[in-house]
Write a protein that binds this ligand. Structure first.
Ligand code: HEC
Length: 150
């Protein structure tokens, strides 16, 4: 489990991630305007990471139908309907916590999602890798935003 310090660092990581420049599109009306430079690169990078880490369960198009999904209970989510099922708004905080996996998401089933906050770190690198992990998760989220069905 996380130590007190770890928990605090994680909380500030979430707060920072929510505040970070790229999340401007959460503001109603801001969609499409003034998107930060590098947005497209973030989506591309996220797509690459998705293909490596997520596709086997969530499927090549994110529809929850990857080769590993058939035998799983609960089934991996259809990741293209996250916004639709949340009243048209991308559920950023929940998705962030689900992917990181180190905090339990209230009301979330205990399932088979790997704990990416840990798995995206290199096991034998004895350095703090929180920044790198945050970048990867942010890019993954930019990709997920880009595949939401309208
Ligand atoms: C081993 C299979 C597996 C892999 C690999 C996997 N997932 Fe999942 N994922 C699941 C399952 C099963 C669920 C549904 C229930 C749960 O939380 O366990 C889920 C749930 C989710 C949710 C929660 C959706 C919601 O409505 O809250 C998100 C977001 C998600 N996955 C994103 C990802 C991303 C991004 C990756 C790659 C970094 C990934 N998953 C890799 C199995 C997987």
């Amino acid at each position: 489990m996380l130590s007190g310090v770890g928990r605090m660092r994680f909380a500030s990581f979430v707060a920072l991630a929510l505040l970070a420049a790229g999340w401007g599109s959460m503001t109603p009306g801001a969609q499409g305007e003034g998107e930060p430079a590098g947005q497209q690169e973030a989506v591309e990078e996220g797509k690459l990471l998705y293909g490596i880490y997520c596709q086997s369960c969530h499927g090549s198009q994110g529809r929850g139908d990857g080769p590993m999904a058939r035998t799983m209970q609960p089934r991996p989510n259809d990741l293209t309907v996250l916004s639709r099922d949340n009243g048209g708004k991308f559920p950023l905080a929940r998705v962030l916590l689900s992917i990181d996996g180190r905090s339990r998401v209230p009301g979330h089933r205990k399932g088979h999602m790997p704990i990416w906050g840990l798995s995206l770190q290199e096991a034998d690198a004895d350095i703090n890798q929180e920044d790198e992990v945050r970048d990867k998760i942010e890019n993954l989220i930019e990709y997920l935003k880009s595949i939401q069905s309208k």
